[in-house]
Each structure stands twice: as structure tokens, then as C-alpha cells.
Design a protein around this ligand. Sequence first.
Ligand code: FBP
Length: 266
Amino acid sequence: NFIGKKVRLSRILRSGRAVVFAFDHGVEHGPKDFPSEHIDPKVILRKVVDAGVDAVMLLPGMAYLTHDVWANKTALIVKVTSKTNLRPEDQRMLQSVFGYVEDAIALGADAVAATVYWGSQYEDTMLSMWFSVREAAERYGLPCLQLAYPRGPAIKNMYDVEVVKYGVRAAIESGADLIKTYYTGSRETFAEVVRVAAGVPVLMSGGPAREKPMDFLVDVKNVVEAGASGVVVGRNVFQHKNPSGMIKAIMAIVHDNKEPEDVIKY
Ligand code: FBP
């Protein structure tokens, strides 16, 4: 099973780095996140897949519905936890089961993903979910991506480097094979985050679409220079007026070590 994990991870991190397209927002935020031309999920997925993205991260139902777009063209990460923003506010620090490792296997996934809100009042429940996902995934040699998000009543700033480092440390101690976490705002602080991960690949979580796309590209440059393995990006691509160009620009920084000012024209 160790071999299975290695083979699948290398399909995502083909060059040792990866650009992953996150597309689970339809549940986490609702359809309001998508510009009207992207209400049909296949339209945006086709754009990013054709642009050469390394992997897409989808919930099981979406992976099933769009298999003709992604299959054999890019790696697939199936996310098996989620929540809606329709639920009462005091429950939004909890994600629920949104599918099973067996769904991911049946869909042909290269990895499974689950969120842990470290510091949440529901941390205990989320840990039980994480470990049942991980246990099943281990059986199939399926790598586990942890969205290690520090969030909870005691966390004042979820982008604070000490808080992010704590989440990353907890992620490696809970057996994550890949970690997605928040950017801490500078190359120097993110290098500390990468060091805490002790060799487990770290991917930056994109965040809300930036007013100036250049600002996002500079962050991408900083995280790869800090030693991170790439990015998982959603809104900064699908809310951009030219999603194909944006994904190509991100790929050129991550894979070809280009400078942001050289790729903005994409
Ligand atoms: P973005 O690049 O759009 O931030 O996507 C990353 C992600 O974690 C998604 O996977 C998820 O749907 C969304 O952000 C959740 O955002 P938030 O928890 O801030 O509402």
C-alpha cells in the first residue's frame, strides 16, 4: 500500500510540485460564488483541465457528473467532508461526512481530502472523521490531503504564523500525506511553516479572489520560494475574467520558476 500511495502522489506532484484546482465551493458557499458563465460546472472545469492543471479537487457527486471532463486528463482528489453556509452559524466550525473513501476509489481518485478545523469546538468530531477517512485510505494506498485550517473561538487570527504552524504540526502528527493551509503573508514566515511540515508537502490555500491578480501571483511565488509544493486554488481562478490565463500563469510560476511580472500577460 505504501507503493500505491507513492504512485498516486506522484500523479499529483508530477514535477515534485502541483497546482490543484479547488472546486467544492458550490456546497461550502453556494452557487453565488460562480460567475454566470460558470454556473455549468463543466465549462470552468474544461478550461482549467485544458490549461493543464495538475489535479482537480471535487466532491464525489461533482466528480461523477463531470468525469468526461477530467478523466485521463488530470489527477483527481475527492473531498469527503463539507458543510453549507445555510446551517446555523454556531455549527459552521464543523464539516460533515460528504462521501466515503470507497466513493473516491470507485471514481478512480488519486487522493482523498478532508478538512480539520484545528481549534474548533467540534475538533473532537472532526478528528474522528479524519481518522476514519485515513484508516480506510491506508487500506487502499490512497494518499490523504488534509485541509488543516486553524479556526475556532480561541483563534484570533487564523493567518498568524504560530497558529498556522500549530495546525501544520497537528496535520503531520495525524498522518496527513499532503497539507493545504493558509498563507502567512510572507516568504520568511511560510518557510517556517514548511519546516514544521518536516517533509510532508505543503500547498497554499488560495483564499478569496484578489482585486489585483498580480497580488495573488506574488503570493504564489513567495510560497514556492519558501519551499512549499504548490497551491490549491479556486476563487482566484474561477472568478478571474480569464481563468485559463490565470491557471497558466500560476503553473508557470510553480513549475517553471517564472517571475509574476513575466506571466501576468498569460
Ligand atoms: P479558494 O482558493 O477559493 O480559497 O479555495 C479553497 C477552499 O478551501 C475551498 O476548498 C473551499 O470551498 C473554500 O476555500 C472554503 O472557504 P472558506 O472556508 O473561507 O469559506
